[in-house]
Design a protein around this ligand. Structure first.
Ligand code: MEV
Length: 390
């Protein structure tokens, strides 16, 4: 990722016209003529026809940017595709607040995808599992050459694991997990091909019948996390005491950790940020949503994805979740506006993009909770709704 020395803090941007904002962003990100014209929508009918079946036209949504982000010390402006008022302004405000504490710190695991192979009618599951695990190296060797590009880039197969599902409505089954580092690819095709190729060997070893051979969207081997520490004084205003607001954010998060009814709304707010960046950067946002919500219920109880705490004059926040994203192939190759948006982000690799996305999710949650525990969400929301009536 190239570093931009200049600040992402854009004052007065909100009051400019679309054309003026375009000029500012084009200059900031050093867009060329093709990048600029991609901002008009980017996708044409030919490309739409290549992407899906039965295309009859195109469908547009607003493309906006959230300035003010600092992530791991780097100044970043984040592209967002979203129809909901308030989300963009909220994210820009939260990023400005987080700057008071040095911005967001992020990290991620290696980009390891999980594929599942379901084995039914296995005569002796324990013995079958032992045989499969005894043959692990040979099984992995058999499919090691399926994806030479991923391998050349340092990715490839990482492990094979066996799980027992003893009590399902269809009886006992064995599930074999294949773990593959897919580098900068989202990796759905790579892992699905590997599972389909390996399944007959597993049938032979287990004496069972392979049914599903497909990735898991609970990609909990492919996590990204973001944190921020903001001085509580940053939340002070004429109307509100900074400590009260920070304490309120902690208490609001506690509500969402304990109650699934609140957690669904809390996490929806996080996805306001995540999905908007995911759409702008050509990601499979349904996969991200499925993984995030499943991860939120990983201890058997659906909870907030975030942790917030107040200590020693700081509000501390953390969001960690699965983020299976890619910066090569698929939409990133076909959609000109996606390429332009990735360029605005400094052409990140998949892990860097996941970290930007998770920081956007944490920022969105911070903005929602800050508003909810102070003036409420409707004041800002209704002011923006009024724009639609003009
Ligand atoms: C609205 O789109 C999102 C919020 O409801 C999120 C939340 O309640 O935390 C404001």
């Amino acid at each position: 990722m190239t570093t931009n020395e200049h600040s992402s803090r854009l004052t007065g941007f909100y009051n400019q016209t679309i054309a003026e904002r375009r000029d500012v962003i084009a200059a900031w990100a050093e867009f060329d003529a093709a990048d600029r014209s991609a901002l008009d929508g980017g996708l044409d009918e030919n490309m739409a026809d290549r992407l899906v079946e039965n295309a009859i036209g195109l469908f547009s949504l607003p493309l906006a940017v959230a300035p003010n982000f600092v992530i791991n010390g780097r100044e970043i402006i984040i592209p967002l595709v979203i129809e909901e008022p308030s989300v963009v302004a909220a994210m820009a405000n939260a990023a400005r607040l987080a700057r008071a504490g040095g911005g967001f710190r992020t990290g991620s695991s290696e980009p390891v995808m999980i594929g599942q192979m379901q084995l039914l009618d296995v005569p002796n599951p324990a013995a079958a599992a032992a045989r499969i695990l005894d043959e692990k190296e040979a099984l992995l060797a058999q499919i090691a050459d399926l994806h030479p590009t991923i391998r050349k880039l340092g990715g490839g197969l990482r492990d094979l694991q066996v799980r027992f599902l003893n009590d399902t409505p269809a009886g006992a089954m064995l599930v074999v997990h294949l773990l593959m580092d897919t580098r900068d690819a989202m990796g759905a095709n790579a892992i699905n091909t590997a599972c389909e190729t390996l399944a007959p060997e597993l049938e032979a070893l287990s004496g069972g019948r392979a049914l599903l051979r497909i990735l898991s969207n609970l990609s909990d081997q492919r996590l990204a996390w973001a944190e921020c520490s903001i001085p509580v004084s940053a939340f002070a205003s004429d109307e509100y005491d900074g400590e009260d607001v920070a304490q309120g954010i902690y208490e609001a998060n506690a509500f969402a950790l304990a109650d699934p009814y609140r957690a669904a709304t809390h996490n929806k707010g996080i996805f306001n940020g995540i999905d908007a960046v995911a759409l702008a950067t050509g990601q499979d946002w349904r996969a991200i949503g499925a993984g995030g919500h499943a991860y939120a219920a990983r201890d058997g109880h659906y909870r907030a994805l975030t942790a917030w705490d107040v200590a020693q004059g700081y509000l501390y926040g953390r969001l960690e979740m699965p983020l299976a994203v890619g910066t090569v192939g698929g939409m990133t190759r076909l959609h000109p506006a996606v390429r332009t948006n990735l360029r605005l982000l400094g052409d990140p690799n998949a892990r860097e993009l996941a970290e930007i996305i998770v920081a956007a999710g944490l920022a969105q949650n911070l903005a929602a909770l800050r508003a909810l525990v102070s003036e409420g969400i409707q004041r800002g929301h209704m002011a923006l709704h009024a724009r639609r009536q003009r």
